[in-house]
Design a binder for this molecule. Structure first.
Ligand SMILES: Nc1ncnc2c1ncn2[C@@H]1O[C@H](COP(=O)(O)OP(=O)(O)OP(=O)(O)O)[C@@H](O)[C@H]1O
Ligand SMILES: [Mg+2]
Length: 251
């Protein structure tokens, strides 16, 4: 039983997602109930195909549940019209993807400001300065993505997500394409934005070390939540994952 509280940033209630039908039917989510707290950094882990991206996409309004409900704050996103969903994604949610998803013809600064300008909003100048300083891009703001390293590009994507102060930032394997040093920089930056600015972040990752930056780790297997861990360590997460693989038959 879930109660409506103001400090839950995103929530799924008996969330089911079924792809295809007949022989080709895949049940990606089987009745997931989860509440993600505001101002927290939550990691979602689990074997490949366990439903991590599906859960995140349905919570973020990028995909629709087959059954059940998803909420951002108090807004039930299941049942929103297309334009309502577009507005929700634009105004209340931020995204960071594994492939950075920057526009190649725009400079770093233009990329960072693009979502706001599409929404017809101007950044708060102090906040913009804080974000730019925190991501540490310095003199690289005038560079295009092809002139930046992978880590720098992902820091641009982080700044782009943060500058609009969304209620939740959803990140799908944000360090999946980065070497460990660049990955650590990006994770440190995400961690600090939660600690210093109260940003809410939900991150899918395969990497126990990346998950150890989170406040809480949720473990998915075969479309359901099977475990969770608070104040995770990389070793603790690794142990849980090993057990998961055993109980899930390595599937
Ligand atoms: N558009 C789709 N059509 C059909 N099946 C899909 C679709 N998207 C995902 N699936 C299936 O749903 C299940 C969950 O997929 P999902 O992408 O959520 O897994 P994941 O945990 O993110 O995996 P990975 O770690 O490999 O990214 C998988 O069996 C996948 O094949
Ligand atoms: Mg995935």
């Amino acid at each position: 039983m879930t109660t409506a509280t103001t400090n839950i940033a995103a929530r799924a209630v008996d969330a089911w997602k079924v792809y295809g039908s007949g022989e080709a039917q895949v049940i990606a989510l089987r009745g997931v109930d989860v509440e993600l707290e505001a101002g927290h950094f939550t990691a979602i882990m689990g074997p490949s195909g366990s439903g991590k991206s599906t859960l995140m996409h349905c919570l973020a309004g990028l995909d629709a549940l087959t059954r059940g409900q998803a909420f951002i704050g108090e807004t039930q996103i299941t049942g929103l019209s297309d334009s309502g969903l577009t507005k929700l994604r634009r105004d209340r949610v931020g995204f960071i993807f594994q492939q950075f998803n920057l526009l190649p013809t725009l400079t770093a600064e233009e990329n960072i400001l693009l979502p706001l300008s599409i929404a017809g909003r101007k950044p708060d100048p102090d906040w913009y300065k804080t974000v730019i300083t925190t991501v540490g891009l310095g003199d690289r703001l005038g560079h295009r993505p092809s002139q930046l390293s992978g880590g720098q590009q992902q820091r641009v994507a982080c700044a782009r997500a943060l500058v609009a102060k969304p209620e939740v930032i959803f990140a799908d394997e944000p360090t999946g394409n980065l070497d460990s040093r660049s990955g650590a920089e990006v994770l440190g930056f995400l961690r600090n934005s939660v600690r210093d600015f109260g940003q809410t972040i939900v991150m899918v990752t395969h990497d126990p070390n990346a998950a150890s930056y989170a406040d809480r780790v949720i473990f998915l297997a075969d479309g359901g939540i099977v475990d969770e861990m608070l104040e995770p360590t990389a070793e603790g997460v690794l142990d849980k994952l090993k057990n998961l693989d055993v109980t899930a038959g390595g599937a």
